[in-house]
Design a protein around this ligand. Structure first.
Ligand code: AMP
Ligand code: MG
Length: 402
């Protein structure tokens, strides 16, 4: 058996290579940028007005700055989307709206509120300085400036910026394609109403499929397999041929006579990376590799499967997409002593209490059994305790929120 640190190191060394493609902006939402993005053009692209008012020549209205109103002839209008095409000359002005292009000759905007006027003439009552209320081309950024860094998660604000400067596609890390293979002759589907006394409802399929989606992965297929070597080999081979980045098997990785995932993976040409980790829950976790496709054999116990998914599979799926791996890890105060008297590293499920402006605190969930799904439902996350480790009440611990 290896340690959890060794297992993570082995996985890190065998992380599937990311795939990068250009996608349209709508599809890029929530994806991670695969390259730095530079501005193809300046912003603003053209000099325009920041206010509804009048575009004027400073030299004409300077007197109004010294409290003497000035009268100008209105020769037209520059609307947002319909610019004024001529030049503003001596003693002239044009009406201008917010965002409209500044006409030639004008260098300053006077707000409507500081004027009295008609369509023919306008009286400028007050003005502060030359260039007031003008948004100058390139004042936000110049063409060529870096707008977004590789690794940025593209959300609504980033999409707006990309759209504003004319991008219709951007390079992103692709979501990983995950094939979900659920083993167990005892399993029944969700819609199976007459469950027999010796059967188990398959809760891992929906749990793992949703957990994969929660971290941005795409399920390429979900297959349920009887505990049978031949069908397991066939299912693994098919997922490999369908170019899954990751094959996630549930159940069948222990030492039972009917646990076939390990042998099936080897028969399908996968090379074992590890099998069995000194940890609780999740000891039988199996990992193997073929042609860059990573196959995980998760233990069937739902809590074990979820914990192995959280600690080992989730970071692989995150890294594949360029996401940080422990972005919401936190430090918390231990409310009451928590100890690991066993010989294996423990993933202890905890409830996190958050009080504004205070360090969060944690306590262990009442049940920790690996067959007790309610324990992960009550929990908000987990902590890791090495064999023999005792956390006294009041001490600090790193928490991995689900
Ligand atoms: P296994 O790892 O295949 O030996 O399964 C360990 C335990 O987990 C057994 O009690 C199984 O019935 C249960 N189990 C296996 N697969 C699932 C599943 N998909 N949903 C719920 N329980 C399961
Ligand atoms: Mg089984």
């Amino acid at each position: 058996m290896i340690s959890i640190e060794e297992a993570q190191q082995i996985l890190k060394e065998n992380q599937p290579a990311p795939r990068i493609t250009d996608v349209c902006l709508a599809e890029a939402h929530a994806c991670c940028l695969a390259d730095d993005i530079s501005a193809p053009e300046p912003s603003p692209r053209y000099t325009n007005s920041a206010m509804d008012g009048y575009a004027v020549r400073w030299s004409d209205v300077q007197a109004a700055a010294e409290k003497e109103s000035v009268s100008l002839q209105v020769i037209g209008e520059s609307m947002a989307g319909v610019p004024f095409e001529e030049e503003v000359g001596f003693g002239e002005t044009v009406q201008i709206s917010t965002g409209a292009m500044m006409p030639q000759g004008a260098d300053t905007v006077v707000r409507v509120e500081d004027t009295d006027g008609s369509d023919q003439t306008v009286r400028i009552n007050a003005v502060r300085k030359q260039g007031q209320d003008v948004r100058f081309a390139g004042e936000e950024f110049q063409a060529g400036s870096r707008l977004l860094k590789k690794g940025t998660v593209i959300k609504s604000r980033e999409l707006a910026l990309l759209a504003a400067v004319g991008f219709d596609t951007v390079p992103v890390f692709n979501p990983p394609k995950v094939a979900l293979l659920i083993t167990g002759t005892e399993l029944t589907g969700l819609h199976d109403k007459d469950i027999k006394p010796h059967q188990i409802r398959d809760s891992n399929s929906i749990m793992l499929a949703s957990a994969i989606k929660e971290v941005g992965g795409v399920i390429s297929e979900t297959v349920t397999i009887q505990d049978n070597l031949k069908s397991t080999i066939q299912a693994i081979t098919r997922s490999l041929n369908n170019k899954a980045d990751i094959i996630l098997c549930s159940g069948g990785v222990s030492v039972g006579r009917h646990d076939h995932v390990k042998n099936a993976a080897e028969a399908a040409g996968f090379k074992q990376l590890f099998w069995r980790i000194r940890q609780k829950p999740g000891k039988p976790l199996f990992a193997s590799l073929k042609n860059g496709t990573l196959l995980f054999g998760l233990p069937g116990n739902p809590v074990s499967a979820y914990m192995c998914f959280s600690y080992y599979v989730k970071p692989i799926l995150a890294t594949f997409q360029g996401f940080p791996t422990c972005k919401n890890c936190l430090t918390a105060v231990v409310e009451q002593e928590i100890a690991n008297h066993g010989k294996r590293t423990n993933f202890i499920r905890v409830i996190i209490s958050k009080i504004p402006d205070e360090i969060p605190s944690i306590k262990k969930t009442a049940t920790q059994g690996s067959h007790m799904l309610s324990s992960i439902v009550q929990a908000d996350g987990y902590i890791i305790l090495q064999p023999g480790e005792v956390l006294a009440g009041g001490s600090l611990v790193k928490v991995f929120p689900f």
